[in-house]
Write a protein that binds this ligand. Structure first.
Ligand SMILES: Cc1cc2nc3c(=O)[nH]c(=O)nc-3n(C[C@H](O)[C@H](O)[C@H](O)COP(=O)(O)O)c2cc1C
Length: 355
């Protein structure tokens, strides 16, 4: 099939691929700019981006400055499209969004719980707001709230299915039925849910699907099913340009299907990760000691949380894998080598064209 472009508001991406935001520090300026240079949309993940020690004294400022540095780096490396990913549960989410907009970012993707108040912090209508949702009902909830409260609608919707990496918008029970909640099954509901808002606001709201998209065939199938594009994350981890440590990438290459497990996160959602010493230890101990110098998640109660997810993810970034949570998508075990972003995107494009 012919590779379509992806239009989000007045932004046109040459290819229908958005690289998913990956915290902590897995997708920063290096990966995001490399994807943007290949005609896709690159995403910098804002969660946990600031230096941990310095953050103890002024979490909000240190996080903001670290994100702005990454935005500047990316802007120096590419003229392409760069998005910022925020998690709605971050205690400093509004500050990050305001700072990103101030730096000229035109795409904000918000997940990890519904970003019902996101438009309140973005007055500029040229900034495209994309909520991440997991079903038609959630899409309706967000769009209804945005319409009622702010007279605004989404500029795109990310439908993230149960095979994704990181935090998941599905219960453990639902995750046992991946077929029932497959993207192909969820997509028609979402397309139906947004229709009323496309009519009311007189614009197309592209639906971008995420979670388990592995190759060009998967992309082509989703496009034929009515998606306007795909968001992919796991495959971009094993690229030369991905910002995370080599050890993290190697953990993906070494992983077998049986090593990919569902965990509970202090964020209040299940997550998908590679089984390791940390998770085994956690299972034995039940709860690890937490020293929380700043409250990075509005949903986390440090006294009750099993472990500090921020620390576990920062450790993963640095390659201290025995003390970390290694987030990954369900298809991580299929990746066999590290390639450049250019090679990966060329491969995906050829596969779509051959479909
Ligand atoms: C290592 C890793 C970290 C992630 N971190 C975030 C994040 O910070 N915010 C977010 O909205 N999604 C996050 N995700 C989800 C991805 O952005 C993406 O939607 C999802 O993983 C897509 O599925 P795939 O990995 O199978 O391509 C993360 C995924 C991975 C693999």
């Amino acid at each position: 099939m012919k590779v379509p472009k992806l239009q989000i508001g007045n932004i046109i991406s040459e290819i229908p691929i958005l690289q998913g935001g990956m915290g902590v520090r897995v997708s920063l300026s290096s990966l995001a700019s490399a994807v943007a240079n290949e005609g896709g949309i690159g995403t910098i993940a804002s969660v946990g981006i600031g230096d941990i020690e310095a953050s103890k004294h002024d979490y909000e400022r240190i996080s903001r400055e670290a994100m702005v540095r990454e935005i500047h780096r990316a802007q120096n490396l590419t003229d392409g499209h760069i998005a910022i990913n925020v998690m709605a549960v971050l205690s400093n989410v509004n500050d990050l969004v305001r700072a990103a907009v101030k730096e000229g970012i035109k795409i904000i993707v918000a997940g990890a719980s519904l970003p019902l108040r996101l438009p309140a912090v973005v007055e500029d209508s040229s900034v495209n707001l994309l909520p991440i949702i997991s079903c038609g009902r959630a899409a309706k909830l967000v769009l209804r709230a945005w319409d009622k409260r702010y007279g605004r609608t989404a500029d795109g919707i990310i439908l993230e299915g149960p095979l994704a990496g990181g935090h998941l918008g599905f219960s453990r029970e639902q995750l046992k039925e991946p077929e029932k909640y497959s993207l192909i099954n969820l997509l028609p509901d979402v397309i139906e849910a947004i229709k009323a808002y496309e009519d009311k606001f007189g614009k197309k709201i592209p639906v971008i699907v995420a979670g388990g998209i592995y190759d060009g065939k998967d992309i082509a199938r989703m496009l034929l099913a009515g998606a306007s594009g795909v968001q992919m994350a796991t495959r971009f981890v094993c690229t030369v340009e991905c910002d995370v440590s080599q050890k993290f990438k190697q953990a993906y290459l070494d992983a077998e299907e049986k090593d990919i497990v569902i965990i509970d996160s202090p964020v209040g959602l299940p997550g998908r990760a590679i089984r390791n010493k940390f998770l085994k230890n956690l299972k034995i101990k039940g709860k690890l000691k937490i020293n929380c110098p700043y409250k990075c998640l509005s949903t986390c109660n440090a006294n009750e949380a099993q472990y500090c997810i921020a620390l576990a993810l920062v450790n993963a970034y640095f390659g201290d894998l025995d003390n970390s949570v290694i987030f990954c998508g369900q298809n991580a075990f299929r990746i066999k080598k590290i390639v450049s972003v250019k090679e990966l995107i060329n491969e995906l494009i050829s596969e779509i064209e051959a479909f």
